[in-house]
Design a protein around this ligand. Structure first.
Ligand code: PMP
Length: 320
């Protein structure tokens, strides 16, 4: 079957589910792990979905017109997705991002023509950081359209309408456990809500960074897992509005070294080179697959982006 696509947006979604046979055999796991490989999206991450979802909603509602400026706060992937969609539809983009994101992501944002405002990583230690940065973005860009990935309901809705149904369809309803990380919370909340509506006893599990991988006053630049945040023991008002705090059955923490090692193992054993948050999600999926009560279960692990996006960081530093 041949098909010619007509725009960038048509290339988004319908990413493949890959069963990790070699990975499972090597560890003698009794559960199946299916990786939803989101780097198949055209700008390389799961965030292409919400970039298009948010822009389409704004276009349909008459809120934006070609030439307009789109602004957001991003750890990179949402900005890259928005900038790519914007390039294909004639918008300008401007993003606020912390100064610890990978060099590769900064280069991609510039390549797509985005204007960048760099914020010190220490700023995000402030418990009111999310509210403060949101207020600053609105203040400094009164005429721009704020895509607002942290609170825009189109973010989780896009996952409820696309990522969740794709997983249900491709597993033919056999999925038992879904594992993801939380940045904005859009993926876990939207996919979780959809899958639970189909199968009430589905397990939704979050992979979060351990305390030792997080920035502190003494060490504001630790080796972090790009794009995902801690959610347990965090007061509800400090969590993104798009994160449904009731969605998860369990939250499992891990350190960055384990996430990186798992991403490298996936590349070596299956030929799939995904990013550090993907390594984190797969590490958690592996712990779940090793539990006796999960024998024979189907675990879906969402891999948010490509490892190529971290080539300039410690991701590959230990590979010679
Ligand atoms: N992994 C990476 C690499 C990301 O960029 C993000 C989004 N910041 C996530 C995971 C988390 O996705 P979500 O925002 O849907 O919670």
């Amino acid at each position: 079957m041949t098909r010619i696509y007509n725009s960038f947006s048509e290339l988004i979604g319908n990413t493949p589910l890959l069963e990790l046979h070699n990975y499972r055999r090597k560890r003698r796991l009794d559960a199946r792990i299916l990786a939803k490989v989101e780097y198949f999206n055209p700008a390389g991450s799961v965030k292409d979905r919400i970039a298009w979802g948010i822009i389409k909603e704004a276009e349909d509602a008459g809120k934006i017109r070609p030439g307009d400026l789109l602004v957001d706060v991003t750890s990179g992937n949402t900005g890259i997705g928005l900038a790519a969609v914007a390039a294909s539809r004639g918008y300008r983009t401007k993003f606020y991002l912390s100064d610890n994101i990978s060099e590769d992501k900064v280069k991609l944002l510039r390549l797509f023509g985005a204007e960048l405002v760099i914020v010190k990583n220490e700023f995000f230690l402030d418990p009111e950081a999310l509210d403060k940065i949101t207020a600053r973005v609105r203040d400094e860009n009164p005429t721009a359209f704020f895509t607002d990935q942290l609170a825009n309901p189109v973010n989780p809705r896009t996952h409820f309408e696309t990522t969740g149904p794709e997983i249900w369809r491709d597993t033919e309803g056999t999925v038992d456990i879904f594992v993801g990380g939380v940045g904005t919370g859009g993926t876990i909340s939207g996919v979780g809500k959809f899958l639970r509506s189909k199968k009430p006893d589905i397990k939704i599990i979050i992979a979060e960074p351990a305390l030792e991988s997080l920035p502190t006053e003494e060490n504001p630049y630790p080796d972090e897992i790009d794009g995902v945040h801690k959610v347990s023991e965090v007061p509800a008002e400090q969590l993104p509005r798009n994160f449904d705090t009731t969605i998860a059955d369990e939250v499992i923490s891990l350190n960055t070294a384990d996430a990186r090692a798992t991403a490298r193992a996936l590349a070596a054993e299956e030929g799939i080179f995904a990013g550090t948050s993907s390594g984190a999600v797969l590490w958690v999926a592996t712990q779940l697959a090793a539990r006796p009560e999960n024998a024979g279960k189907v675990i879906v692990a969402v891999l948010p982006d490509t490892g190529e996006r971290y080539l300039s960081t410690a991701a590959t530093g230990e590979i010679s």
